[in-house]
Design a protein around this ligand. Sequence first.
Ligand code: HSE
Length: 401
Amino acid sequence: MIKAAILGFGTVGSGVFEVLNQNKEMISNKLGDEIEVKYVLDLREFEGEPVQKVLVHDIDVILNDPEVSIVCETMGGERPAYDFTKRALEKGKSVCTSNKELVEKHGPELLQIAKAHNCNYQFEASVGGGIPIIRPLATSLSQEDILSITGILNGTTNYILSKMEKEGADFDAVLKKAQEHGYAERNPEADVCGYDACRKISILTSLAYGKNVNFEDIYTEGITEITTQDFAYMKQLSATIKLFGKSMHQDGKYYAMVAPFVVTEENPLYSVSGVFNAILVKGNMVGETMYYGKGAGKLATASAVVADVIDCAKHLGKHIYVKWDDEKLAVSSIENANRRFFVRVSTTDHAQVEKDFGKVTFLDSLFEGECGFVTEAMPEKTFFEKAKAAGNVISRIRMDA
Ligand code: HSE
């Protein structure tokens, strides 16, 4: 019998409890051993609920119990999750987490501690919720030079963009609806400004290349500037607009960014809509592989945590090596990345537009006093210089290809 503890009985923690209980027999059959939740740590009481039997309020009860070999950290936030995780690992207890903030900030250090104490720090649920992406990157694709990762990593923004496209509704109106339906937080900044996707691409990039990528080094743009007018032009391009977290390994250089992109029908990520997430990973040998599913939600996220619990249970007393050094990955500026841009400017003078931006492909004009077009590929830096000099850009969105 393997004894586990859950830290935090919120949405994900209670989901972990539910998955372990509901699939208990099936998990036992596959593992060849039983997993029992011996403790749940929470400040609340949960009077009359099944969890009450195993509820504790003191972390030391868990940390000082030698029977507990696996701890699920589903508290979220940096403190006290960081201290609890560190102390559990130092006691040789494996920790499985959904806490992307902690993983992004302290991943290399916590992995190092796990290694030193022959246990594991696993974080499948920290990116893409229920989608297996951490394990594929860390193991199934470890033989590959990862050429690129492109992900729809945030369900809230994908939901908002999908609704804007389908209903022709404004960003603010859709955000309000998303908040009413619980698809967006009351303070939506982390999602709509791209910070959540940034943390996730930071984790994926670190794992892909084995060195640490700082959240702050990743160029990040959110979706707050995207309008229904931008979407109106997309039909002519057989395209839509998606918020991508992207990283690339090209000519010995590494790039990472989060921004909205114009995505055409040929891209497999084009049809990923609503709250779903998907990640396209290109390896130099295998080519493109794609991972799709629910990027958030109680049972999907909990399912990924439980997958880690099972993996840890299979490797008790043995550290599974994950290459993620503390050494910083040199992320190159995206200034030199060559790409095309979709642009709207407040003029109808095509000749002037071509003077300002070089040869462009004009789209049918949809709104009075403006025109829309797609530029030729050019370095980002050149484009932004041209845009500044023209002084009439209403919107500009990067083309994915
Ligand atoms: N707000 C996040 C999202 C939750 O929408 O994807 C999952 O990390």
